[in-house]
Unconditional design. Structure first.
Length: 480
């Protein structure tokens, strides 16, 4: 693949940042002016980066497609084909226990011995800097060990790490070392290509990358163009191979949505407290994830030293079994299939949206409680993404609140989707776009409610985290 070459003599590197110490040393030349949009587009190196971003979207999306296809085939075999072969109509209530035990046993050696330790811990978000290419095999193995066997996590974080790592292979290590500013841009483009359709639209992936970067002006242009190109090419490849092979890409989507109307005062009157409740639940799950992370790998911020390699392996297995216990509890309490509380949740989300009347309020509350507990444990110990399960948790709680006078199931679902996505990603614009994409044709009518919900959830979530962060050092000091 072609590589972005340096610009002609005298041109400026659009990704270069001014020296913050310029002007304080007499011998230093004056600081260079910030690049303009026109200057960025005329830079030869940036145009080469756009070419690479478009080309890299093809192999990255192909790899992501086959990864997602394999993960879904394994999931179908574990939770449907194998129980059927053993004479069960559906997975029995105890099924998550051996499945998650196996997941823990498979994951333990990966997180203790494989380079990259299977990827970042999900409670830390969607990942930090682009994953080095040598860590991609461990990320794929860890995800395939966890996700099909019932880990309450999504595929988005492994896909993003895999996409970034594969994208960096398009550029020689010497070139990456010479131009380190190119690494995050190319990594973001690879991540966007890898997740271009699992959120239902390539636009969601591009918006996520842009909002997470928090850039503006020429710096925003540096990121938005490669991400849009890579996600568009990735979506094209995903769609084409999906039709050709008949395999599902497991997109977070609602095949059938309850009809929604224009929000009325009752929707806002009840919607805001529901959004607060969803945010509290999701932030509580993340707090549990941080506690579990301290248990499995240690936490310097809480003065928890890292355990030994053997302890990490054992605690990873114990946490996986605890996730299975939460899923089993849901099946025993409700008499429903444990598969509804296991896995990432996109299948259950579609079922819930298509026929919310088939769920009692008790079943929805138990789904919220048990899945949040399982999600929180998995966030701090297993490997996968945090977004998909949170969206189902928010949807379940929102639909459970639907019978409140003046709210309705449709508005409850919309509020739950937007609030959960915002609270877990801390990206209100991305969450609004994602919720609108999920709601389909009725989204324009629901946009006022989605926007207010996203802002409410973001503010409440940040206030809660601020309170927790202020108390943590005090608690750690008392322990010391």
């Amino acid at each position: 693949m072609p590589e972005p070459s340096d610009g002609p003599s005298g041109s400026e590197d659009p990704t270069a940042r001014p020296d913050p110490t310029a002007g304080t040393r007499p011998a230093s030349p004056p600081a260079q002016a910030a690049p303009t949009l026109h200057g960025v587009l005329r830079t030869k190196g940036y145009l080469g980066l756009l070419v690479i971003s478009a080309l890299v979207g093809v192999p990255v999306s192909l790899a992501a497609f086959w990864f997602v296809g394999l993960e879904h085939q394994l999931q179908h075999w574990v939770w449907e084909s194998l129980p059927d072969a053993l004479g069960f109509d559906r997975a029995p209530w105890w099924w998550p226990l051996p499945a998650l035990l196996l997941a823990g046993l498979l994951l333990a050696p990966i997180v203790t011995r494989v380079p990259g330790r299977g990827g970042h811990i999900p409670v830390d978000g969607l990942g930090g800097p682009p994953a080095p290419p040598r860590t991609v095999p461990g990320v794929v193995l860890a995800a395939l060990a966890c996700l099909p066997l019932g880990a309450v996590l999504g595929p988005e974080a492994p896909l993003m790490a895999m996409g970034a790592g594969l994208a960096l292979l398009a550029v020689r290590p010497s070139r990456r070392a010479a131009r380190p500013q190119m690494v995050p841009v190319l990594g973001a483009a690879g991540s966007a290509a890898a997740i271009s359709t699992i959120f239902g639209s390539p636009l969601v992936a591009a918006v996520m990358m842009i909002e997470a970067a928090g850039l503006g002006g020429p710096q925003l242009l540096l990121l938005i163009m490669p991400c849009l190109l890579a996600s568009g090419v990735g979506a094209l490849v995903f769609t084409g191979f999906g039709h050709w092979t008949g395999l599902s890409v497991g997109a977070l989507s609602l095949p059938s949505e309850p009809p929604a109307g224009i929000p009325d005062p009752g929707d806002f009157l009840w919607g805001l407290p529901v959004a607060v409740a969803v945010t509290v639940v999701c932030v509580s799950g993340q707090l549990l994830g941080h506690r579990v992370k301290a248990f499995t790998v240690g936490d310097p911020g809480r003065a928890v030293p890292p355990p030994t390699t053997r302890q990490t392996a054992l605690r990873t297995v114990l946490c996986a079994v605890a996730v299975g216990g939460c899923i089993t509890a849901y099946a025993l309490l409700t008499g429903r299939s444990p598969e509804e509380a296991a896995l990432s949740g996109q299948a259950t989300l579609g079922t819930l949206a298509a026929n919310p009347a088939a769920w009692s309020v008790f079943a929805l509350l138990m789904l919220t409680l048990c899945k949040t507990a399982a999600w929180g444990i998995a966030l701090g110990s297993l490997r996968g993404g945090p977004i998909f399960p949170a969206v189902l948790i928010g949807a379940a709680l929102g639909v459970a609140c639907g019978p409140l006078p003046g709210l309705g199931v449709e508005s409850g679902l919309a509020v739950g989707l937007a609030a959960a996505a915002t609270s877990v990603t801390r990206l209100p614009v991305t969450s609004t776009v994602l919720a609108a994409e999920l709601l389909g044709p009725d989204a324009p009518d629901s946009l006022p409610l989605l926007l207010v919900t996203a802002v409410t959830s973001f503010v409440v979530g940040e206030l809660l985290r601020g309170q927790i962060e202020r108390r943590t050092p005090t608690a750690a000091a008392r322990v010391g």
